[in-house]
Design a binder for this molecule. Structure first.
Ligand SMILES: *Cc1c(COP(=O)(O)O)cnc(C)c1O
Length: 514
């Protein structure tokens, strides 16, 4: 096929150079490395400006084609149209909102699950099914795929919604019964689709994740799945290149929209500030910058799990003494930031990546060399925000501007305020406030994170609290999305809870498959 891009392994162990479709289905390189494109395309300012005239799906199709996806232009168009169609509650899909003259917000939560994971997971499963068809046509595969997901909330629902009734795939999601909000649980256990399953796991997110990882490591179980059900295991997590590529699109799109609105003149630099967990979202911005989007600084915003902000400021990634803490921005509560490996590859190359990832596994820390650190500092800056400051930012920005943010976005806003320079800042907003209604209510009421809400809210469910927030803020703020509001009345389809540990998860999958 024309202009096919091949993929390299960040650790340089896999020399098979897969195309997009193979890399997508493989997910991760044998040996633990991640796939990165061998060549990066570039975009001129004229080409970027032209995006503003197009619907979002076409912007996505243009970026996918530039990246040498091994599918025909017609198929790429059809898949991106389906991914970015009327399941989005805003025609623009990823609109840029001017909240203050110097602060623009890129809203990535207009999809069906109201969080940024939809940007990739409305798209990636379609390309995944298509890739399986391609591999079958080439005689390279005849199995279907079982996607196993351990989730702390947002990913599980977005993956269910994305994979629901997709050809050649089934999906089972495990969530910690002690770790998700009312709204998040309800979103998952009411999921429609003939190929989906949802189970609670007794314990917290770590227990849940640990159990699912153990299943992936069990070859016997994989053999059993293939022999008895013709299924191979795969995952939908953000180390898959298929989740990163869609995350480059909205940075090109946002810059084009900012030219069109007059927020920047063509070529004028902007800074981008991203609330960061697994480093996938901000990496999309890094790739957009490498392709020619005039992004000057990438501002990495962390919460109290501040290992990334620390790394960007010191070159030392150190979790040897770090305790995992819970925060009002749970989707950023991560200590091992998997996608950082891709940045290290681009800065330093495979031998260094192997060395540093080896040190991280054995000593729980690594330090990059001076050159790498300095190259990184030419682009990245970072800072972190504690739980109380994050909630204070929700309230202050609402009082100052009338714009209501969720606590993840608030982390980015606060860091952007502190690090603001001469350029306009694009703050990346990753969730609708209504996904985290209880903490938004705490913020508006001046209640500290972790403290109980005032007695007038006693006995209210997460859904009742959304109505309370809506009453305080009025209709000027983005209203509770219909898909969330209607959940309160929806009937649960899934209620099973299993024991933590590999056996519990495997038994659940066996019984679910029948
Ligand atoms: C996943 C997520 C993040 C973190 O994104 P990464 O790509 O993991 O850095 C931030 N905010 C929300 C709401 C998320 O769901």
């Amino acid at each position: 096929m024309r202009n096919e891009t091949h993929y390299l392994d960040t650790r340089g162990l896999d020399s098979s150079r897969p195309t997009f479709s193979s890399a997508l289905v493989k997910g991760i390189a044998p040996g633990g490395g991640l796939f990165v494109p061998e060549h990066l395309p570039s975009l001129s300012l004229e080409e970027i400006s032209a995006f503003a005239e197009w619907p979002y799906w076409r912007r996505a199709a243009a970026v996918f084609s530039l990246f040498g996806v091994d599918m025909s232009a017609e198929r790429i168009d059809a898949l991106t149209q389906a991914a970015y169609g009327d399941q989005w509650d805003d025609d623009r899909v990823a609109p840029v909102v001017e909240v203050r003259a110097d602060m623009h917000v890129l809203e990535l939560w207009h999809g069906p699950t109201s969080a940024f994971k939809d940007m990739a997971l409305q798209c990636m499963p379609l390309f995944f099914s298509e890739s399986i068809e391609i591999l079958r046509a080439r005689g390279k595969a005849d199995d279907d795929y079982l996607i196993l997901v351990a989730t702390s909330g947002d990913t599980g629902k977005a993956a269910l919604e994305g994979f629901s009734d997709r050809d050649h795939t089934r999906i089972v999601v495990f969530y910690p019964v002690d770790g998700v909000s009312d709204v998040q649980r309800k979103q998952m256990v009411t999921q429609a689709g003939d190929n989906v399953g949802v189970f609670g796991v007794r314990g917290n997110f770590d227990d849940c994740q640990y159990a699912v990882k153990a299943v992936f490591a069990n070859d016997e179980f994989e053999d059993w799945l293939r022999e008895n059900h013709g299924l191979r295991l795969s995952s939908a997590n953000s180390i898959n290149w298929g989740r990163l590529l869609p995350q480059i699109v909205y940075y090109v799109s946002a810059y084009a929209d900012m030219i069109a609105s007059g927020a920047v003149k063509p070529g004028e630099p902007m800074d981008v500030c991203v609330p960061t967990g697994n480093f996938g979202n901000i990496l999309g911005a890094y790739y957009a910058r490498l392709m020619g989007v005039p992004i000057e600084r990438l501002i990495c915003a962390s919460n109290e799990n501040s290992v990334l902000a620390e790394f960007i400021n010191t070159g030392l990634y150190d979790i040897s003494e770090r305790e995992f803490v819970t925060t009002p921005s749970p989707s950023m509560d991560i200590l091992i930031s998997s996608n950082l490996e891709r940045l290290l590859f681009h800065l330093a190359g495979p031998p260094q990546v192997r060395e540093w990832m080896g040190e991280l596994a054995t000593r729980r820390s690594f330090r990059v060399d001076r050159d790498t650190f300095e190259t990184m500092r030419e682009v990245f800056v970072g800072d972190w925000v504690d739980n109380q400051d994050a909630l204070a930012a929700v309230r202050d920005v609402f009082e100052e501007t009338g714009y209501l943010m969720d606590p993840h976005t608030a982390v980015a806003w606060e860091v952007a305020e502190r690090m603001r320079g001469a350029n306009p800042v694009l703050i990346v907003s990753t969730a609708h406030w209504a996904k985290f209604g209880a903490d938004v209510l705490r913020a508006l009421k001046g209640v500290a994170y972790g403290d109980p809400l005032p007695p007038e809210y006693d006995g209210m469910s997460g859904f009742d609290l959304l109505a309370q927030v809506q009453e305080i803020v009025g209709d000027g703020c983005a209203c509770v999305p219909e898909s969330l509001a209607s959940l309160a009345m929806a009937t649960d389809r899934f209620g099973d809870v299993v024991d933590a540990g590999r056996e519990g998860v495997e038994r659940a999958v066996r019984e679910w498959l029948g």
